[in-house]
Design a protein around this ligand. Structure first.
Ligand code: HAM
Length: 437
């Protein structure tokens, strides 16, 4: 048997219900904040990512799925969406006009990383990108939007880590100081010795405990922010505090991609082990220029959907299905049931029947397996009298309010009686029982 590739997994029902639920919540919040969806290709020119994310980053140096197409052009499966969204924004002139331009996109990303809990080679992100405004209010708004999505999902213990990477000028001063600090550090690993020369900021990505120990005394970005960058960051923090957001300043947070300037942030969740970042983002004011576009301030984030699903409370988003099963006995009853099935679906009710002429007992156990809330038995007698028995399969209580759903009554069982319903009233009665209308 052919199996899925290592690090790439199938996401199957009922887990897919939870994914849909998460995505629906994210879309709802994005709409509240004025974001519109973009859907982009999964493949781009390699150059786009190499220039955006940075040659010295792990992503570009080690993790991209890069291949020549039939013409010999170098193409890459997108390792992230920020570069692609900006490419599309510039290509279609979406950056033009006043105000903040706001876009979101959902979908798979590809990185050739060592698979482990919370780390896959095909993983999914919920991306948010905003363009055109450098004001700290936008930074605060983007972070509040991210937290709004996460809070809706009732995730447990989350921590927001924030830092400012300053503008490119601040970064140049900081890098010089860092390089200076690292100059006489003999114990650095081979990667870090290379990074020290090529792009010293990237030494902070190193996982080696030895390099980490050396870095404990390294200079911090905060001390190299110019007045404007420091004031920008202070205002972001002030706005977060004013909205009751608890954050932790993390002076060594540099993020794993080169394009960041000024505000950078991550949300980490307890219970995820080593791969604990469920979301990350920040400003990238210089990227448009670096890609040959106009001056275009920008900020965004990506939520790692796979990781988010791992910390989503098990009871949420199960997508309680309230099915009606039509158990039909005999040719004529099956014929009638087939039409009734479509009428029920026309009312918005999920309905199923058996097409294989099974026994009543077999149909009842199928109904049970499908999680049917009601079974309607149709035989010659029902066709003759025009009345059928509506048979509740579970002890359900109908809860109105938070959308429509059925919940099993905790503890005490609700006695639900069978009731007789005229066949032509069935769709109406079932819609009332199951959908509350
Ligand atoms: P990132 O930090 O590389 O940022 O990825 C964002 C999130 O994607 C991570 O926090 C994590 O939850 C998830 N993620 C990353 N790699 C994997 C993996 N191999 N398996 C599972 N989940 C993973 C970016 O990608 C930036 N483009 C975010 C951004 C948007 N910055 C500005 N706009």
């Amino acid at each position: 048997m052919i199996k899925a590739i290592r690090g790439m997994r199938d996401i199957l029902p009922p887990e897919t219900n939870r994914w849909q639920w998460v995505e629906a919540a994210a879309r709802e919040v994005f709409e509240l904040y004025g974001y519109r969806e973009v859907r982009l290709p999964l493949i781009e020119r390699t150059e786009l990512f190499a220039r955006s994310i940075g040659a010295e980053t792990d992503i570009v140096a080690k993790e991209m799925y890069t291949f020549p197409d039939r013409h010999g052009d170098s193409l890459t499966l997108r390792p992230e969406a920020t570069a692609s969204v900006l490419r599309a924004v510039l290509e279609h002139g979406l950056d033009k006009g006043a105000g903040v331009k706001k876009y979101y996109t959902l979908g798979p990303m590809f990185r050739y990383e060592r698979p482990q809990k919370g780390r896959y080679r095909q993983f999914y992100q919920i991306n948010c990108e905003a363009y055109g405004v450098d004001a700290p209010e936008l930074d605060a708004e983007v972070i509040l939007l991210l937290l709004d999505i996460l809070n809706r999902l009732q995730l447990g213990e989350l921590r927001l880590l924030v830092n400012s990477l300053g503008c490119r000028d601040c970064q140049a001063h900081f890098k010089a100081a860092l390089k200076n600090f690292l100059a006489d550090k003999d114990g650095l690993c081979e990667d870090c010795r290379r990074r020290r020369e090529a792009n010293p900021l990237r030494v902070f990505d190193c996982k080696s405990p030895h390099c980490q120990a050396i870095l404990a005394d390294a200079p911090v970005l905060k001390d190299y922010l110019d007045e404007a960058c420091a004031a920008h960051f202070a205002r972001v923090l002030e706005l977060l505090a004013r909205h009751g957001v608890a954050y932790t300043e993390q002076p060594r947070l540099v993020r794993g991609l080169d394009y960041y300037t000024r505000t950078a942030f991550e949300v980490v969740a307890a219970g995820l082990g080593a791969q604990d970042a469920v979301a990350g983002g920040g400003r990238y004011n210089g990227l448009s220029r670096e890609l040959g576009g106009p001056e275009l301030p920008a900020i965004g984030f990506a939520i790692g959907e796979d990781r988010l699903l791992e910390v989503l409370p098990a009871a949420l988003g199960q997508g309680q299905e309230f099915k009606v099963f039509l158990a039909a006995l005999g040719e004529a009853a099956r014929d009638r049931a087939f039409s009734l099935l479509q009428e029920l679906r026309g009312q918005g009710l999920a309905a199923e029947m058996d097409f294989e002429g099974r026994s009543l007992k077999a149909q009842m156990s199928l109904a049970d397996r499908l999680g049917a809330a009601y079974v309607v038995i149709l035989g010659d007698r029902e066709l003759e009298t025009g009345v059928a028995n509506l048979r509740p399969m579970r002890d359900f209580a109908y809860i109105q309010g938070e959308g429509v759903r059925l919940t099993e009554v905790a503890g005490g069982r609700m006695a639900v009686q069978q009731e007789e319903v005229p066949l032509d009233k069935l769709p109406e009665v079932l819609a009332q029982r199951l959908l509350g209308r």
